[in-house]
Design a protein around this ligand. Structure first.
Ligand SMILES: [Zn+2]
Length: 279
């Protein structure tokens, strides 16, 4: 975890550097609708898990710089007036779904909830793409709701955000995520990237032409207070995720292992767990 470099001034500097080096920006929907994306380019995505006010600040910075991004809102963070304002600014608004976790793994109920929520978002804004929320406290992966015959097209959606071709051999686009408040990615020809300064240097180096950036507004500090408070919150959140991940693996093996073995495993899991990437 990086203790600094995740403030809004750092974020503006990152975007400004990209513009200075002629990177084209795409929302997720724009990217899907483009047959041949420009190079260099950046797909810019935000998952609004908490702290909607931070998302507003980020959107304002982008608007000021003439950049459009995609904002995925959960039902708990969606506000019609805020979403409409972002859309008017030129940003894309999407649905950050977590229906399978909310319905405790019931796929039918998850699809019903998904349809209802999508419809209520669409009363206010256009929704062309969706993106799953990583529900760390649930044993259910929200993306598993698509394992039946239904597809995003059945809901008049272009696609899901993680279907952008990254790391699939057909594209050199590199995925950068601020999950864990550390970019934590290796760029071929450049090296390891951890801090936002590293990202800025990567953009200046010309070694990474195509990027997919996921920035969670809640991870970024918008005030002096948040500069201290955000890393502390992140540390607590990542520790909680590691604990939940250990607990779920325990649930799956509890029938076969003696209690003492499970405790040893849990300790091992906790000590080796790394922050899970949300895609
Ligand atoms: Zn999320």
């Amino acid at each position: 975890m990086q203790l600094s470099g995740f403030g809004l001034s750092d974020y503006r500097r990152l975007l400004k550097t990209a513009l200075d080096h002629d990177y084209e920006f795409y929302t997720v929907a724009e990217y899907f609708n483009t047959s041949s994306p420009e190079t260099p380019s950046i797909i810019l995505r935000h998952d609004v898990d908490r702290r909607v006010s931070n998302a507003i600040s980020m959107a304002e910075i982008e608007t000021d710089l003439g950049i459009d991004a995609t904002y995925y809102f959960r039902t708990s963070t969606f506000d019609p007036a805020i979403a409409s304002t972002m859309e008017a600014q030129g940003h894309e608004v999407g649905y950050h779904y977590e229906d399978l976790a909310k319905m405790r793994g019931d796929v039918e109920a998850a699809h019903r909830r998904f349809a209802t929520n999508l419809e209520s978002f669409r009363e206010h804004v256009t929704i062309d793409t969706v993106c799953s929320h990583g529900s760390p406290l649930s044993p259910h992966l929200n993306t598993d709701m698509w394992e039946d015959a239904r597809t995003p097209a059945d809901y008049d959606l272009i696609d899901r955000a993680y279907n952008v071709p990254a790391d699939d051999g057909t594209s050199d686009r590199v995925y950068f995520s601020d999950t864990g408040r550390d970019w934590n990615v290796t760029v071929p020809g450049f090296g390891d990237v951890h801090s936002t300064d590293d990202v800025v240097r990567t953009l200046k180096s010309g070694q990474c032409q195509d990027l997919y950036i996921l920035a969670h507004p809640s991870r970024w500090a918008t005030s002096r207070f948040q500069t201290v408070e955000r890393p502390a919150w992140d540390f607590a959140a990542e520790t909680g995720k590691a604990f939940a991940s250990g607990a779920h693996s325990l649930q799956r093996t509890s029938g076969r292992l003696a209690k003492q073995t499970r405790v040893v495993q849990a300790i091992r899991t906790l000590s080796s767990a790394s922050p899970r990437r949300e895609r």
